[in-house]
Structure formats: structure tokens, C-alpha cells
Design a protein around this ligand. Structure first.
Ligand code: SF4
Ligand code: SF4
Length: 350
């Protein structure tokens, strides 16, 4: 199994090195326009939040997988895990937030030893949409996780799972040998509890992201293809497919540079820039909270360690009104959110 950038001492494990790359090269030389200038032309600079709708909490970077394109640089060697004390601070916020969606992510969030306690407590707040982002294989990784589908059902959790493709070859290439078969088994287990079935309130959505240096195709067409193939081959049902663009950070940036695709990919993102997507990029309705309680405009800014430009920077000082009065921090990775139909953790935005 390969290791995270951090464990490999790769220079990209340093977020300032990633930012140097994103701010320099093609952009500093004037070959491509800065994101800031693009959105300034349509009156969206500085980018400002709208009403807060989603609290996204990253409970740790530990994961049972080491996917080639992971923007978190997650893996079994990452030890950053949210403590119960920080979870308690999050719970105070969850009880009082105006947001309607709570979105738990990682790493594999289930690997946090306090994950179940946190879900049980957070579910009591009665937030309308309670999402857990599960990589699926964790459900089959060890006996202690086999009952996760029942646990999710008990707490009416909305499961969103990565599934890069409906073929074994493409999925395993991006996420590791054996991932496809385990994911299929996990999806069948979820279906058996009612998840993803037509008309079921137990929501099961899948996330597709490209396995190479290209942008995703049409989300609706892909959803149709995934539904047909997974049903025909394995009898699997799910609700929606979200097509997500890979942002040029962390391990995907490493992949782009190593495969000499970085410049072409940035050209592709800039060419696909869609002004109509800007108003609805994810950071306009989301706050992202890291395992150690720092606040970010989105999960991507979290991975670049770009903390919110606000007096309130940590969960212990959380104040939604103060936070909402901030400018969102942007750089060239943001082109990933405005390419084509736009991209967010909930799929397209335009
Ligand atoms: S992409 Fe998801 S499943 Fe893969 S290493 Fe990253 S956090 Fe884990
Ligand atoms: S990367 Fe983050 S800050 Fe940039 S546009 Fe996307 S959601 Fe907003």
C-alpha cells in the first residue's frame, strides 16, 4: 500500500509549497488569469458567504485506503483524529446552528474511536439532513464495522459514498486493489437495510470523480449509466450520483505534476470556467471544521490550511453571525469548483 505525502516526506505535504505552485507558474507569468480576476469581472470579488446551510466536520485524516487522488492526503498512517473534547465543542455548535445539514467526513470518519458516540449525540439535535461520507470499504474492512449499515439506519444517517466507477478496473486503479469488490458488498449490505431503494427515506448517494487528468462528464448521463450497470451486474440501487471535479491539491496535485499533466489540467479548468457556477460554490453556504477545531471556508481550503478570514477562527469561539461577515479565501484551486456545471461535495452547482 502506498503512503500519504506526509509519511513520504513529499514536498507537497507542506501546504505553502502547494500554494506556491497554485499562485506561481502559468498564473504568475500571465498565461492564465488568476481566479480572483475572473470573478472580479462578474462582481463576485471578494467572494462572500450567503446563508449558512451546511456544517461539514472532518473528524480525522485516518483512512483504511490511500487513494491516488485523495485531496485530504488521508491514509492509515495519518494520526490526526478529532478528540471527544473537540466533538463536545462541535455538539454545542450543532445544537445552536441555523444550518440544516450536518456533514461528517474524513479520512474514514468511522475510524475515529468516538465516531459512534458523536453520531448518537449529534443525531439528537435533529438536524434535517445528517450526512456521513463513507468510503464503503470500511464497512467490510473489519468485523467491528460490519454492523455500520444498521447503525446508520438507526440514526437515520444519509450515506454518501465514493464510487469512482461501475467497473472493477477503473475503481481499483484509483482506489486500490480489491476496493471495487468490497464496495459492491457494502452497497448490497446498505440496500438490504433499505438504503438507496426507490422511495426509501434512507438516502444513499454515490460520488464519482474522474480517475485521470480530465473533467467529469454530464452528471445526469453518468447517473443513468451507473444505475443501469450497477443494477444489471449486481442488483444495486442508489438515489443520486454526484459528479465531482478533482481539485489540484494534495495527492491529485502530486499526480498531475508526476504525470506531467499539471499545466494541461489548469488550462482545462480555466477554459471550462463557468461564471454561472460562481454564485453557488460550496464555500458560500458551508463552514468546514477540522479535526482540531479550526474553521475553514471549505474542505479544500482546510487541506491547504487556509483558515477563515474572520475574528472567529476556532470552534471554541464559534459565532455564526461574525463568521458570516467574512471574505472567502480563494486561489487557483477554486477553478475546480466553477468548471463546467460546477462542483461541490453535493455534485454540480450550476
Ligand atoms: S479519497 Fe476518501 S477513501 Fe480515499 S484515501 Fe482519501 S479519504 Fe480515504
Ligand atoms: S475551493 Fe473552496 S473556497 Fe474555492 S471556490 Fe471551491 S469551495 Fe470556494
Amino acid at each position: 500500500m502506498q503512503k500519504s505525502l506526509k509519511a513520504r516526506d513529499n514536498e507537497l505535504a507542506a501546504t505553502n509549497r502547494q500554494l506556491e505552485i497554485l499562485e506561481g507558474g502559468l498564473f504568475a507569468e500571465g498565461e492564465l488569469p488568476y481566479f480572483k480576476d475572473k470573478i472580479n469581472k462578474i462582481g463576485h470579488f471578494p467572494l462572500r458567504p450567503k446563508k449558512l446551510e451546511i456544517l461539514q466536520i472532518n473528524v480525522g485524516y485516518m483512512c483504511n485506503q490511500v487513494c491516488e487522488h485523495c485531496h485530504v492526503d488521508a491514509g492509515p498512517d495519518r494520526k490526526e483524529i478529532m478528540t471527544r473534547d473537540t466533538m463536545k465543542q462541535c455538539l454545542e455548535v450543532i445544537k445552536n446552528t441555523g444550518a440544516h445539514t450536518l456533514d461528517l467526513t474524513g479520512g474514514a470518519p468511522e475510524m475515529n474511536p468516538d465516531f459512534r458516540w458523536f453520531v448518537e449525540e449529534a443525531a439528537k439535535a435533529g438536524i434535517k439532513d445528517f450526512i456521513v461520507r463513507s468510503n464503503l470499504t470500511i464497512i467490510r474492512a473489519n468485523k467491528k464495522y460490519y454492523d455500520l449499515p444498521d447503525f446508520f439506519k438507526k440514526h437515520n444517517v444519509h450515506v454518501i459514498s465514493s464510487m469512482p466507477h461501475y467497473t472493477r478496473g477503473k475503481t481499483d486503479k484509483q482506489r486500490g486493489d480489491g476496493v471495487f469488490d468490497k464496495s459492491i458488498k457494502a452497497l448490497q449490505e446498505l440496500n438490504a437495510r433499505g438504503y438507496g431503494m426507490p422511495g426509501s427515506d434512507l438516502r444513499l448517494d454515490l460520488v464519482y470523480n474522474p480517475s485521470g487528468a480530465y473533467l467529469p462528464g454530464d452528471q445526469m448521463a453518468m447517473e443513468k449509466d451507473f444505475k443501469k450497470a450497477l443494477d444489471q451486474d449486481f442488483g444495486i440501487q442508489f438515489h443520486n450520483l454526484f459528479a465531482i471535479t478533482n481539485l489540484p491539491i494534495a495527492r491529485f496535485l502530486d499526480y498531475l505534476i508526476a504525470s506531467e499533466n499539471y499545466e494541461d489540467y489548469m488550462y482545462a479548468l480555466v477554459e471550462a470556467y463557468n461564471p454561472a457556477a460562481v454564485a453557488n460554490v460550496m464555500c458560500t453556504n458551508t463552514i468546514s471544521i477540522s479535526w482540531d477545531g479550526w474553521l475553514y471556508d471549505c474542505d479544500f481550503n482546510q487541506m491547504l490550511d487556509l483558515k477563515v478570514a474572520s475574528k472567529v477562527k476556532h470552534i471554541k469561539d464559534y459565532n455564526e453571525d461574525v463568521l458570516n461577515d467574512r471574505n472567502i479565501i480563494i486561489s487557483q484551486h477554486c477553478y475546480g469548483c466553477t468548471a463546467g456545471a460546477g462542483s461541490s461535495c453535493q455534485g454540480t452547482v450550476a
